[in-house]
Design a protein. Structure first.
Length: 256
């Protein structure tokens, strides 16, 4: 694998086409990654690919954009630090946008998020199974020493979801609830707004920093809580004529 570090001229640091052109010019091998930086001091000091990944790879490197290409599989992505360089498409963001002071104030007003329904964060697998109605009501997916997923049905404001409860070594941390229907994008967006209204009724209006709109095709609603936990609603799994909405209740730093 090729790994390159590129410093962008300050005059062009907000020009997406510069990143696209540089990606095509710099990569010569079949598998290639490029980290783009606006500050020379942020460039990693490793000179060998193995050393770079042994020291955490891209974690905490402060790149403003990350390019990946695999010509063998046809995969090509270009993602940005959307706190610095906002993008219309949510899939183009490396990490969630940082909350505004208003969003942080709203999180303090909401207080902590303890879990979802009878399922409380930190529960063991056995306690969570009991809270969900017992072993006859859940299906255990691929249990390991470090992670177990319980699948069941969950009702929330009269709507039935497929629910996946994630249990790690520290206990129950996340529930991902999915609702699907064979409807077009416009109808899907309307259903998402109904679900967002239900969540807002429970926790208050969604945070301003959390909603993205790429012509109505890609979005995520987000509610932030005082303990760093989140509720997120998105349609990132949507396909033409197939609406899949995901509602995610997560402990801090956890996801499904």
């Amino acid at each position: 694998m090729e790994v390159h570090f590129v410093v962008i001229d300050p005059k062009f640091v907000r020009d997406r086409k510069v990143y696209e052109d540089a990606s095509e010019a710099v990569c010569t091998g079949d598998i290639c990654q490029i980290g783009f930086f606006k500050d020379r001091n942020d460039v990693p000091i490793e000179t060998m690919t193995a050393d770079f990944f042994d020291h955490g790879g891209w974690d905490g490197r402060h790149e403003v954009a990350l390019f990946f290409r695999n010509t063998n599989s046809g995969l090509k992505t270009l993602q940005f630090d959307c706190s610095f360089l906002p993008q219309q498409d949510l899939d183009s963001c490396l990490t969630p946008v940082k909350p505004s002071p208003e969003a942080q104030s709203a999180a303090q007003a909401r207080g902590p998020l303890v879990g979802f329904g009878k399922a409380k964060f930190g529960m063991t697998t056995s306690k969570l199974t009991a809270a969900l109605g017992g072993p006859d009501n859940v299906y255990v997916l691929n249990p390991t020493d470090n992670r177990t997923v319980l699948r069941t049905k969950a009702d929330y404001h009269g709507r039935t979801y497929n629910a996946f409860y994630n249990i790690t070594a520290t206990g129950f941390s996340t529930v991902l609830m999915q609702w699907s229907a064979l409807i077009d994008n416009d109808a899907c967006a309307k259903e998402a707004k109904k679900i967002a209204a239900d969540v807002s009724g429970d926790f208050g209006k969604e945070d301003d920093f959390s909603y993205y709109d790429a012509g109505g095709k890609t979005f995520r609603y987000r509610w932030l809580f005082s303990d760093g936990r989140t509720v997120e609603l998105d349609n990132l799994g949507v396909k033409d004529g197939d609406c899949t909405l995901s509602l995610n209740f997560s402990a801090k730093g956890e996801s499904n």
